[in-house]
Ligand binder design. Structure first.
Ligand SMILES: [Ca+2]
Length: 392
């Protein structure tokens, strides 16, 4: 009898603690929103720290999404440095570095940001680890005329700096619209460059003009001897290509904006081969010509993707759509043809310009809602880091 009584006495403090704990839980309310649902400037960039690696495939997709940068002005390109920092260009002329949650910024005074021009593409030299060469494509004023050029810099990390500016190519026609601007080193270690027709469509057919082309350069800006026309031109007849990617078979793919304005649509994905004519402005859509290449895939006359980037990953091409406000993907068939186009994240983040796959196997997307054509959302523009299956 005594033993039982002692036991009950011992239970009283336990009951009090339990009651207080229950009251505490009730008063505290639900758990705070996960990181992915707010737009704080810097969020947890590390999948281990953010717990992403512990998520099962059935976990809410939102938890696989982090906004790693926000309040940007038209981010145009993202690249990943060997030291795990991330560089972002803003069209207005700044280069941003993000490392361990810390942002640093360089303003490039020479940049002339008008219309679709400004600081656009960016690439690392294939031997960046040894030479620290960073290539930037931007619009500037040459004797009062807006012109696009590529400048190679030595990138310093401590302090974050650009030095030893070396002009690689200049005189690429610019105008309010159609400035091209994507640059990338290919598997052949050559620098490929997309240029727009700068609003003068006939120049795309003029092989002596740098407008409406895909160019191929040596790393110092000279043209390789095996280019098809003894010039920088690799392919021509382009309207405004803005995405370049190589697949595992070494084939070069490019996306370009089709006709715009009242008659929109007819955006293109092309398989790019040396010396070929991609038709603008002579043929569009399914039209053909003996000496011109019809696109591997196009959007049709009534749909506009406004494809603004391109990346190859796991046998698929992915590209961001501005007016389409979506991320698009298409599988490459074994015969090299393209499968059916798929649309993801439609209207979720607005206009999507950049898509990249990081060395961490996450997608990095950049919005473009501050470019004067979109509906600006809280925190725009943003860089969104996303697990590869986040939208599924
Ligand atoms: Ca074409």
């Amino acid at each position: 009898m005594n033993t039982k009584k002692n036991y009950l006495w011992w239970l009283i403090p336990v009951a009090i603690v339990t009651t207080f704990f229950a009251l505490f839980l009730a008063l505290r309310g639900p758990d705070p929103e996960p990181l992915a649902n707010n737009n704080d400037l810097i969020q947890n960039d590390n999948p281990e720290e953010s717990g992403l690696e512990n998520e099962t495939p059935t976990a809410a997709a939102e938890e696989k999404i982090n906004f790693i940068l926000s309040d940007l002005s038209v981010p145009w390109e993202i690249i990943f440095l060997p030291d795990e920092s991330i560089l972002v260009t803003e069209r207005s002329g700044s280069l941003i570095k993000l490392k361990d949650g810390i942002q640093e910024k360089i303003n490039i005074d020479e940049v002339l940001a008008v219309g679709e021009g400004g600081l656009l593409g960016m690439a690392l030299h294939p031997d960046f680890t040894n030479n620290n060469y960073l290539y930037l494509y931007f619009t500037n004023s040459q004797n009062g005329t807006p012109t696009n050029k590529i400048v190679r810099y030595q990138l310093g990390s401590d302090p974050f700096s650009l030095s030893d500016a070396q002009e690689i190519i200049s005189g690429i026609p610019s105008s309010n619209n159609h400035n091209g601007g994507r640059i990338a080193f290919g598997p052949d270690q050559k620098l490929y460059v997309t240029t727009g027709d700068a609003g003068n469509s006939s120049e795309a057919q003029n092989r002596d003009s740098l407008a409406g082309k895909i160019l191929r350069l040596n790393d110092d800006g000279s043209f390789p001897e095996d280019n098809p026309f003894l010039s920088a031109v690799w392919s021509y007849g382009h309207r405004n290509p803005q995405g370049l990617a190589w697949d595992d078979a070494g084939r070069l793919w490019a996306v370009e904006h089709g006709r715009s304005g009242a008659a929109s649509g007819l955006d293109e994905i092309n398989l790019i081969e040396a010396g070929k004519n991609y038709g603008w402005p002579t043929i569009e859509g399914d039209q053909s010509d003996a000496n011109m290449v019809t696109p591997a895939l196009h959007s049709g006359a009534s749909t506009t993707w406004a494809p603004a980037s391109l990346v190859y990953y796991n046998n698929h091409l992915y590209f961001g759509g501005l007016r389409g406000e979506a991320l698009y993907s298409v599988a490459i068939n074994p015969d090299g043809s393209l499968d059916k186009l798929e649309t993801h994240l439609k209207n979720k983040y607005g206009r999507l310009r950049i898509i990249k796959v990081g060395p961490d196997n996450f997608f990095y997307l950049g919005t473009s809602n501050q470019d004067g054509r979109g509906r600006v959302r809280a925190g725009d523009d943003k860089i969104i880091k996303m697990a590869l299956d986040a939208w599924k």
